[in-house]
Design a protein. Structure first.
Length: 346
């Protein structure tokens, strides 16, 4: 009887959690479509979405500007949140994040090289550079983090990521300061923004994001096994090398495609998985990656869209890029995590 009550309570809390997250995503999507330099009342947004626009101007603003921007926030936010949760699981490092471990910086540097050195102008051209840069940077950071007797500790990986990020950013600055076309493209893109994107950009990166998401979500049972230790996971029949290869491929696809369009948005993949763990603990789910991965993918767009909406409203008609506000929120969170890890290792 008691077990049944516990299970029933867990199902109820899980249902409430899922309902709240979905409702929050719907609300933020509507606000993202409604708010901006030209604010549109929510009833007019609903009418336009249902095919009964109140005016041609409103319909054009909603479908040509706001809807693609909102969809891009939902998809790339989900990709970066999922990528962060996957990196933390694979490295067993609570400080892991595409921005902190140099993955985003590697993709950014490769894109600037593609534009400034090779003259590549199309998304389909430089997205492959983004994948290569993300892969090389992640391998270098992991190799540096393993140096020394203690192996790849979370703090060492974070420090290696910060060092590689700073190095790549200096190389990036050297290129953009000598190439006007690369500077013009990089100047606005580098802060991380959802603005000035059309639906075509989303369509072009969607296959990469879809493949990356499928690879990441399919790893959930293996990640649950690896959380018990490599020896236990191997005894359960997990092929650890293949799991890590699949995970790295998923991170590269998710991060590289996202960075190619919206720029490097740091701390999003760091903060969201920790929030997901807290909520999962409240719901009684526990550290189950079958829930943590999709929950991280759902919560990251909440944070990204919130930052994007706030950036539009604080200084209208100009905007503050979403990446700036996400970094403003994530920086203190990162400092607290680092301090806790250092205290735990003393």
């Amino acid at each position: 009887m008691e077990t049944g009550k516990v299970a029933s309570g867990r199902r109820l809390r899980t249902t409430v959690l899922v309902t709240l997250v979905v409702a929050l995503l719907v609300l933020l999507s509507l606000l993202s479509i409604a708010l901006g330099a030209l604010s549109v009342p929510l009833d007019q947004v609903v009418r336009s979405v249902l095919g009964h626009p109140p005016s041609r101007l409103v319909d054009n603003v909603i479908w040509s500007v706001r809807v693609p921007r909102t969809l891009l926030g939902l998809t790339t936010g989900a990709a970066l949140g999922l990528s962060g949760a996957l990196m933390q699981a694979l490295t067993r490092n609570p400080l892991a994040d595409p921005g902190i471990l140099g993955v985003s910086a590697g993709a950014s540097f490769a894109i600037v090289v593609a534009v400034g050195v090779f003259g590549v102008a199309s998304l389909y051209g430089y997205v492959w550079f983004a994948f290569g840069g993300a892969l090389v940077a992640s391998v270098v950071v992991f190799f540096l983090g393993r140096l020394g007797g203690s192996g790849a500790t979370p703090v060492k990986l974070a420090l290696a990521g910060v060092a590689i990020t700073a190095l790549l950013q200096s190389f990036t600055s050297a290129i953009v300061l000598t190439d006007q076309d690369a500077l013009d493209r990089y100047r606005f893109w580098s802060a991380g923004t959802l603005a000035d994107q059309d639906s075509g950009e989303l369509v072009r990166i969607l296959p990469f994001l879809a493949v990356g998401a499928v690879l990441a979500l399919s790893l959930a049972p293996a990640l649950n096994s690896m959380a018990l230790g490599d020896d236990v996971a191997a005894s359960l029949g997990r092929r650890l090398g293949l799991v890590r290869l699949q995970g790295v491929t998923a991170v590269v696809l998710l991060t590289g495609a996202s960075v190619a369009v919206i720029g490097p948005v740091v701390f999003l993949g760091l903060v969201v998985p920790h929030i997901a763990r807290v909520l999962a603990q409240y719901a009684g789910i526990g550290p189950d990656y079958r829930w943590l991965l999709p929950l991280s993918a759902a919560l990251a767009p909440v944070l990204l869209l919130s930052a994007d909406i706030l950036g539009r409203m604080v200084d209208r008609p100009t905007e503050i890029q979403a990446g700036v506000l996400v970094a403003f929120l994530g920086g203190p969170f990162f400092i607290v995590l680092v301090r806790r890890r250092k205290l735990a290792e003393v």
